[in-house]
Design a protein. Structure first.
Length: 299
C-alpha cells in the first residue's frame, strides 16, 4: 500500500501562519481483498496545527479500498496561528494503516516551510548620558524580534573611544523568540583621561542570525567634571606656568641675596681703611718733657 502526493513532492513552501492549504493524495493498495484503512497524522505533527482528510468533499478518518484499487484523497492542513519560520521547515508524517492488519501501512513525509517575514528593531529609553571621568553608566538596549522566526542575536562594540570600556554584563549572544523582546544591559566606563567638555559616541552592532542582517545603535556620553575636579584639572594643565613663576621667584631671590652680599662687602671695604692722620696729641711723657724744657728756659 502507498500514499503519495499527486501534484507535489511533499514539500510546501512560502506558507503563512493561520493559512490553510490542500494536499492531493493518492492511496493505492496492492494487497488482495477489501480493506478498511485508517487515516491519521503522526506524533510529529506540529502543536497548534490542524488537519482533516476528505473523500469526495466529505471529511473522513477511514476509507475502504480493494486490492489493485486507488483512491484520491484530499488532506487539508491549517498552519498554526503561532507558527514560526524554520529554515528547514516543519516535517511530519501522514499515515494510512489497515485496521485489520497493522503491518499493512503507508507513510508519507510532508514538509511545510513558512515564508520568512519581519526583522528586528532596536530601541532604548536613554541614548545619552552625562558622566565624569572614570564614571560609568549602564544603558538598556531593547531588541524586538518582529520576525516570524526565533532568532539569535550577537552584539559587539564596534566603536569605542580610546581608554574607554564597554561591558556586556549578561553576555553578548541572545536568543529571542518570534514576536518577543529582550532588554540587554550595556555598561560604559569613561576613561580617567577624559576631559571636561568632551563628547564621545559608542557604537554597538547587532547581528541577526536568521536574517543575516546587521544594525547599529549609538550611545552618546558628555563628559562633565565638578568644580573641584575642574579646578584640579586646570591646575594640572597649567603646571608649567606655576613652574615658570616659581623659577622667576627663585631666580629673583637668588639675585636679591647676591646684591645684598655685594652691598655688605662694599660697606665693609668702606669702613676698614684708616682716616687721614690728624695731628697727634703728644704723649704724656713727651708733654712732661716739654714742660720741663719750658721751665729750664724760664730759669
Amino acid at each position: 500500500m502507498s500514499l503519495v502526493p499527486q501534484s507535489s513532492s511533499g514539500i510546501f513552501i512560502n506558507k503563512e501562519a493561520g493559512q490553510q492549504f490542500e494536499v492531493d493524495l493518492l492511496l493505492e493498495s496492492a494487497v488482495e481483498g477489501d480493506h478498511t484503512i485508517q487515516l491519521y497524522m503522526g506524533d510529529n505533527f506540529p502543536d497548534g496545527w490542524s488537519h482533516s482528510f476528505k473523500e469526495n468533499g466529505a471529511t473522513v478518518t477511514e476509507v475502504s479500498i480493494s486490492g489493485g484499487e486507488s483512491k484520491s484523497l484530499d488532506l487539508f492542513i491549517t498552519v498554526g496561528s503561532q507558527a514560526v519560520y524554520k529554515e528547514d521547515g516543519d516535517v511530519f508524517d501522514a499515515y494510512a494503516q489497515d485496521i485489520s492488519d497493522s503491518s499493512v501501512v503507508a507513510k508519507k513525509q510532508l514538509t511545510v516551510i513558512l515564508a520568512y517575514s519581519g526583522g528586528f528593531e532596536l530601541s532604548s529609553l536613554k541614548f545619552r548620558e552625562t558622566l565624569a571621568p572614570e564614571g560609568s553608566y549602564t544603558f538598556q538596549l531593547t531588541i524586538e524580534n518582529k520576525a516570524n522566526a526565533n532568532d539569535k542575536f550577537t552584539l559587539s562594540a564596534t566603536s569605542v573611544p580610546s581608554g574607554w570600556r564597554v561591558l556586556f554584563i549578561n553576555g553578548n549572544v541572545f536568543e529571542v523568540e518570534a514576536g518577543r523582546t529582550l532588554s540587554v544591559p550595556i555598561k560604559v566606563e569613561v576613561s580617567d583621561e577624559a576631559r571636561d567638555g568632551d563628547q564621545e559616541s559608542i557604537t554597538i552592532s547587532i547581528f541577526s542570525d536568521i536574517s543575516n542582517q546587521e544594525k547599529q545603535q549609538s550611545f552618546v556620553v558628555d563628559v562633565e567634571q565638578g568644580f573641584t575636579a575642574r579646578l584640579t584639572t586646570a591646575i594640572s594643565d597649567l603646571w608649567y606656568i606655576f613652574v615658570f613663576f616659581a623659577l622667576i621667584i627663585v631666580v629673583g631671590a637668588i639675585s636679591y641675596n647676591q646684591q645684598e652680599d655685594e652691598d655688605w662687602d662694599d660697606e665693609e671695604e668702606y669702613e676698614s681703611p684708616s682716616s687721614p692722620s690728624s695731628p697727634q696729641s703728644p704723649a704724656p711723657a713727651d708733654t712732661e718733657a716739654s714742660s720741663d724744657d719750658d721751665w729750664d728756659d724760664w730759669d
